[in-house]
Structure formats: structure tokens, C-alpha cells
Design a protein around this ligand. Structure first.
Ligand code: ADP
Ligand code: ZN
Ligand code: ZN
Length: 704
């Protein structure tokens, strides 16, 4: 007697292996069982997808290899997990194996059963520490209470539309507490865009739930962890020992057998969309996952809820709420009744020529420091200057490997490409003409930090100490622990002005900031991408949301919080909505524009992306695929646009091109793309596509 399990293994994208591979087994293996199977000369990790008793038709029984072993002691991955993976693979046009195996911790592949047993014992075996008495829970604001009550009855996905500082985190905490209290095995998944940027959130979850459920109850899951840590968290989640998983987008595919609530904080954040492998949207998968789990729980009268939180929701989610598909719960007021910052637009047409920081802004910053308040200065560009140039011959610091300039970093005197990482010391003289006078063009955070430190050199704090300016960006936080240390200097008041990229705008709960300035916002106003305004609005609202969070502090200071924006286009309508903190009005105008143009969320898009040795080959492959498309199912319902190079067309010597595919119907687009896959593979072997390195379908792309 034998069984013929279909096992899903990590197949490289587009290897042509669509679904699982068939093996032979003496034992009946439950679907979801983790196994080791031979593949070529190797032995690889796989997931049993199904296990029929009858060999599939056409299978050569003699040539079918045996399953090499079962991962002992691990419960099988459940049906909902497999359904989720299957959906993600179909929807994002990847192989099942690629999605399934990428969702498992990499270290699982390398452990033998003895090692695995040891890890399992460690993650499951410890007795939970006895409750130490609950943490302090603040009395809820009226809005928080109303939101929590409405949430209790919600059947649809919930959009928690809460102003910055309205106390969304407390709603997440209490919703979590309620979900966990309802059932002894219940689990909650809380997703954040970048966990390292918001250590406060993790601290609050630990503080609240470790006393109740023990030290192992809260685990994290994100790509910054070591393989061993990731495995430990995954095992804890999979075995049910972890009650709460805090994670980034990858966590949406974690095995959580008791899942009852999913929170997606800052749901509008682009980092929820993966940019490699299966390019999934973790937010969208979270909504789908909650639906799957709820369907399975319905028989027990239970369900799994999903809460998407933001002060500036994505237009997709906003539209879903407008249509009644999502339940919108609004919390417009800040905790403590503080006001949102007043917008001050600085018209750069009326500032001294060449001024990077407008004098009135510098004066306002100085005044805040003298009163003992803090400021944030936002500039979305790190380094000292985006380009170094020779004014004699026109040389510019181009990257030899990319169609981009290398950024001048003054601190370590390097020219660094932010696309491929290529770095060199700054040349002494122009490499082309020998001119010694090569100069930075444009500005980055290093330069703003330097300038502000100079401009504020004479400014004193209330205690007479000199003002201190610091910088926080991907460069200053590269080393482990440095981000936390920098945030700590801000929280303790050691630093008066923090200059930085968007990372300073994320969910930090700074208490003494009264002024936030965006100094180069215009790029977002006229971005070639249609999502430019949406991004800019969210970023400025989010940044402004760091100011005036402590109403008591602000009223003691007798000051009002302000959001300064330097712009050459103060009449731009985006600023009207920003001034009124009126996200709904902004969303309404954006949605109207999108609707008339048939753009998402009204129309649906996918990108076919090609990487090749030459731009010609990339485009030739795209064009060949397009030429072969007529006649495919649903072709009449899709529009194929011409192949174009990407904005940055070459990165690390790889040429990149893409083709936009649009349809008014999501289903038609899906089915067309699926039907197109064999053509895409076949076109690889055309002579004109020689040099094609890889291709990918990006469903619901964030930038086109
Ligand atoms: P959001 O995420 O909505 O911007 P937070 O969740 O960070 O806001 O809350 C803002 C601040 O208000 C935090 O310092 C938080 O501790 C505090 N807070 C939240 N809810 C309450 C409450 N009910 N009573 C007192 N303080 C609260
Ligand atoms: Zn020169
Ligand atoms: Zn480069």
C-alpha cells in the first residue's frame, strides 16, 4: 500500500513547474505536513498539498521517488494557510512552491529532526511565567470607546480612520485583549510597516500582554531578525504558544492556527507591498486572510476580524469604505483634545535667492528652541548632495553601473550610488578635465544638518545650553541599536532639532515637538507617478502628526504646533486640504480624478517587468509577448500599453523595461495574465529576447 503525495517545493520562478511534484510515501500524510523530499541530487523542504491513495494518471510509479522524511513533531499547516498561499500564488502570478516556501522560516530547511525537536522544546516547553498583575490601562476616550464598541459587532473589514495622536494604538491593544480573552488559543497578528522604526509599539504590546500571558506570548517576525530568531518566532506562532505576532509584511503569511484578529497599522504605507519575489500586498492579503479564517470559524459562531488603521488611508481602502464594503470608524480628535498643527506655507518665490532654508522658518525654529520645544525637519533625500558636478566641463557624478547619479556623502567623503551601492572616494579634481573646483548640486539631509547647525549656532535653550541638531536617516541608523539610541536622544530632550528622511515622520510618539517642517515637498506635487499627490499628502499629514501630541505640554508652553512647508507652488490645491486636515476632501478629489481616468481603484493594473542585458532585448521580449497575446482568453478586456524603459532604466548593469496591462475588470485581468504565462515563458527563447535575465508580473503595482 502506498500513497502519492503531491509536494510543493521551492521552485525557481518560471521554471515551468506549475504546482507540486508527485512522490511516494508508505504513510498517509495529512495535507500541510512538512516533509523532506529528494529533488535532483539534493534533499529539499516541501509541504504536502494533497495525499491521494491512487497514483495520478500517467505517473510512472517505478520512477517516482520516496518522500525522504517527515519533520517530526510539527503540526501540519492548516487548510486556511494553504488556501491563503494558493490564493496569493494565483493572484500574484507566482508558483505555489515559491510562495509557500518563502512563507516558511529559512532555517527550517537546514535542521535535522534532532535539532528541530530541540528548537520545538525550547519554544513550546517553557512554562509561562505567572501573571505579574496587569499593566496600567488608561481610561478610554469617548471616541476610542465608541470605536471599540462598533468593532465588537463589525462583520466587514474595519477601517480605523484616526487622526494622528487620536490613540489608535490603544484601540489595537484593547481589541487584542478582547480577542485573546474570548478563547484560550486565540492569536492576534499586528502588522506595522517597519518594526524597527517604531520600537515604542513593540514595547507597549509587551508591557500590556506579557504580564497577562507570559514572557513568550509576544513575538516579532520581520526580515531584520537572525534566522534562528525567525525560526523561534515562527515555531511559537505555529504551535500556538505565541498569542501575539508583531511583524512586517512577511508576517501575513505566518502560520497562526488560532488567528482571530489582524491589525494593519498605517495601512496606507507602501512598504506593505513587496517589491520582489511574489509581489504581494500584505494589507490586501490580510483582508483576504481574515475572510478565509472567518468562513472556517463560522460554524463555531466565531470569526476573525481585520482592522486597517490610518490617518490617511490608501485610496483603495477609502473607496471600499465609501462603498460600504469596509466599515469606517472615525476618531478625529486627538487624545487630550490638542489641536492638529497649523499649516504655514513658505512661498519660496519670495525668499532670498538660493536660500535652502527660508529665514522665517529658521527664526521660527530658533524661537521654539529658546522655549524648550523640539522641531523636526523633513527632507526625503539622504547624503550631502544628490550630485557632484564640474562647472567647467559639465562632468557629473554618474554611476558607471546605473542610469543615476552617485550621491555625495560629505561625512565619509564618498560618492555612493543609492541604487547599486557602488561607492568610491570623492575625487580630488574633476576626473574629465582636472578642474579642482567640483561642487555639490542640490541638497540632502547631511547638508541641511550642517546648515541648520550653523544657522542656530547662537541659539540657546532655556537653560542656556547651545541648541543641538541631529540627523536620522538610513545612513545614521545603519548600525544595530543606533536607531533606538537616536530616538532616545529625541525623547529625552537631548536633541532640539532632528533632521531626517521620512523615517522621522513614522508613528513616533514624540511628546515635545511643536514644529515640523517639510523643506522640499514640491517633488511630490508633480511626480510622474499618479500616486505622487497621495504619497505627499500622507507624508505631510504623518509628519505634521508628530507635532503637538502632548496637549498638556503645549498648553503649558502657551504655544500652538505648526507644520511648515516650503514650496514654489503655494496655490496648489493639495495644500488647501492639508491646511484643513481634510483627508476626506482630498480623497474625494483624488478619487474623482481616478474614476474619470479609469485608474485604480476604479480600473485594475498589472505591470509586466523585464530585466535584460540590453534595453533592446528587454523591450523585444515584452513586444513579442504582446504580439502573441491576441486570441488569449479575455484579451478583449485588457489594454496592453507599449513597452517603455523604467525611469531609472539601468541598475547594476541590468536594463529594465516594463509594459502596463490594464482592465476594467479585475477578474478578466487575472485570467488573462494566467493565460499569458505560457507565452511569456515561450518568448524567452526567441532570438530577439536573447539577454533577457528575468521577468515578473507585478499585480496592483504601486508605481507605474
Ligand atoms: P496614534 O497612533 O493614533 O497617532 P497613539 O496611539 O500613539 O496615537 O496615541 C497618542 C498618545 O496618546 C500616546 O502617548 C498614548 O499613550 C496616549 N493615549 C492613547 N489613548 C489614551 C487614553 N485613553 N488616555 C490617555 N492617553 C492615551
Ligand atoms: Zn570637469
Ligand atoms: Zn549604481
Amino acid at each position: 500500500m502506498a500513497f502519492w503525495p503531491n509536494v510543493v517545493v521551492a521552485t525557481p520562478a518560471h521554471s515551468g513547474v506549475a504546482e507540486g511534484l508527485c512522490y511516494r510515501s508508505e504513510l498517509l500524510l495529512a495535507p500541510g505536513t512538512l516533509v523532506r523530499v529528494p529533488l535532483g541530487a539534493r534533499e529539499v523542504l516541501g509541504v504536502v498539498w494533497e495525499c491521494p491513495e491512487v497514483a495520478p494518471a500517467g505517473l510512472s510509479e517505478a520512477r517516482t521517488r520516496d518522500v525522504a522524511g517527515v519533520l517530526d513533531g510539527l503540526p501540519a499547516l492548516n487548510d486556511r494557510w494553504r488556501q491563503l498561499v494558493q490564493f496569493a500564488a494565483r493572484y500574484y502570478q507566482r508558483s505555489l512552491g515559491e510562495v509557500a516556501l518563502a512563507a516558511l522560516p529559512p532555517q527550517l530547511r537546514d535542521l535535522n529532526n534532532v535539532q528541530l525537536a530541540r528548537r520545538l522544546k525550547r519554544s513550546v516547553g517553557e512554562p509561562a511565567t505567572p501573571p505579574k498583575g496587569a499593566a496600567d490601562v488608561p481610561p478610554l476616550s469617548d471616541e476610542q470607546r465608541a470605536a471599540l464598541e462598533a468593532l465588537a459587532d463589525a462583520r466587514a473589514p474595519v477601517l480605523l480612520f484616526g487622526a494622528t495622536g487620536s490613540g489608535k494604538t490603544e484601540v489595537y491593544l484593547q481589541a487584542t485583549q478582547r480577542a485573546l480573552a474570548e478563547q484560550a488559543q486565540a492569536q492576534v497578528l499586528v502588522m506595522v510597516p517597519e518594526i524597527n522604526l517604531t520600537p515604542q509599539l513593540e514595547a507597549r504590546f509587551r508591557e500590556r500582554f506579557e504580564p497577562l500571558f507570559g514572557a513568550g506570548a509576544v513575538v516579532c517576525l520581520h526580515s531584520g531578525m537572525t534566522p534562528a530568531q525567525r525560526l523561534a518566532s515562527w515555531l511559537a506562532a505555529h504551535t500556538g504558544r505565541a498569542r501575539i505576532v508583531l511583524g512586517t509584511r512577511m508576517a501575513v503569511l505566518a502560520s497562526l492556527p488560532g488567528l482571530r484578529l489582524i491589525v494593519v497599522d498605517e495601512e496606507h504605507d507602501p512598504s506593505y507591498k513587496s517589491q520582489e519575489g511574489a509581489r504581494y500586498s500584505a494589507r490586501d492579503l490580510a483582508v483576504y486572510r481574515a475572510k478565509l479564517e472567518s468562513e472556517a470559524l463560522a460554524a463555531q459562531g466565531a470569526r476573525c476580524q481585520v482592522v486597517l488603521g490610518s490617518a490617511t488611508p490608501s485610496l483603495e481602502s477609502w473607496h471600499a469604505a465609501e462603498q460600504g464594503r469596509y466599515l469606517r470608524l472615525a476618531m478625529p480628535a486627538r487624545i487630550g483634545g490638542g489641536a492638529l498643527p497649523t499649516l504655514r506655507l513658505v512661498d519660496m518665490n519670495h525668499q532670498p535667492k538660493g536660500a535652502v532654508l527660508a529665514p522665517p522658518l529658521v527664526a521660527a525654529v530658533a524661537e521654539r528652541i529658546e522655549r524648550g520645544e523640539q522641531c523636526l525637519v523633513l527632507l526625503n533625500r539622504r547624503g550631502y548632495a544628490p550630485v557632484l558636478a564640474c562647472h567647467d566641463c559639465g562632468w557629473k557624478s554618474a554611476c558607471p553601473h546605473c542610469s543615476a547619479y552617485r550621491v555625495f556623502h560629505k561625512l565619509d567623503r564618498s560618492l555612493r550610488c543609492h541604487h547599486c551601492g557602488f561607492a568610491e572616494r570623492v575625487p580630488r579634481a574633476c576626473p574629465d578635465c582636472g578642474n579642482l573646483d567640483i561642487a555639490p548640486v542640490g541638497r540632502g539631509t547631511e547638508q541641511i544638518e550642517e546648515q541648520l547647525a550653523g544657522l542656530l549656532a547662537e541659539v540657546k535653550r532655556p537653560n542656556g545650553a547651545p541648541a543641538r541638531v541631529a540627523r536620522m536617516d538610513a545612513d545614521s541608523t545603519r548600525h544595530k541599536g543606533s536607531l533606538e539610541a537616536q530616538l532616545a536622544t529625541m525623547h529625552s530632550g537631548e536633541v532640539d532639532v532632528l533632521v531626517g528622511t521620512q523615517m522621522i515622520a513614522k508613528g513616533h510618539d514624540f511628546r515635545r515637538i511643536s514644529l515640523v517642517a517639510g523643506i522640499n515637498a514640491d517633488a511630490g506635487l508633480f511626480a510622474s507617478d499618479y500616486r505622487g499627490p497621495e504619497r505627499l499628502f500622507a507624508l505631510l499629514m504623518q509628519a505634521g502628526g508628530r507635532a503637538g501630541r502632548d496637549a498638556a505640554f503645549m498648553s503649558d508652553q502657551g504655544a500652538a504646533s505648526e507644520m511648515w512647508v516650503q514650496t514654489w507652488y503655494p496655490q496648489h490645491p493639495l495644500f488647501d486640504a492639508l491646511r484643513r486636515h481634510d483627508y476626506p476632501a482630498f480623497a474625494a478629489t483624488q478619487l474623482a480624478e481616478r474614476e474619470s481616468a479609469g485608474m485604480p481603484p476604479f480600473g485594475h493594473q498589472a505591470l509586466l517587468r523585464a530585466d535584460a542585458r540590453t534595453q533592446q532585448a528587454a523591450q523585444a521580449w515584452l513586444n513579442a509577448a504582446a504580439q502573441a497575446a491576441p486570441g488569449l482568453p479575455h484579451f478583449d478586456h485588457v489594454t496592453l500599453y507599449p513597452a517603455v524603459p523604467l525611469t531609472i532604466q539601468r541598475v547594476a548593469n541590468v536594463e529594465r523595461a516594463q509594459m502596463l496591462v490594464e482592465s476594467a475588470s479585475r477578474g478578466a485581468l487575472q485570467r488573462f495574465l494566467a493565460a499569458w504565462q505560457p507565452t511569456l515563458l515561450a518568448c524567452r527563447s526567441l532570438p530577439e529576447a536573447k539577454g533577457l535575465i528575468r521577468f515578473a508580473v507585478d499585480m496592483d503595482p504601486l508605481t507605474v
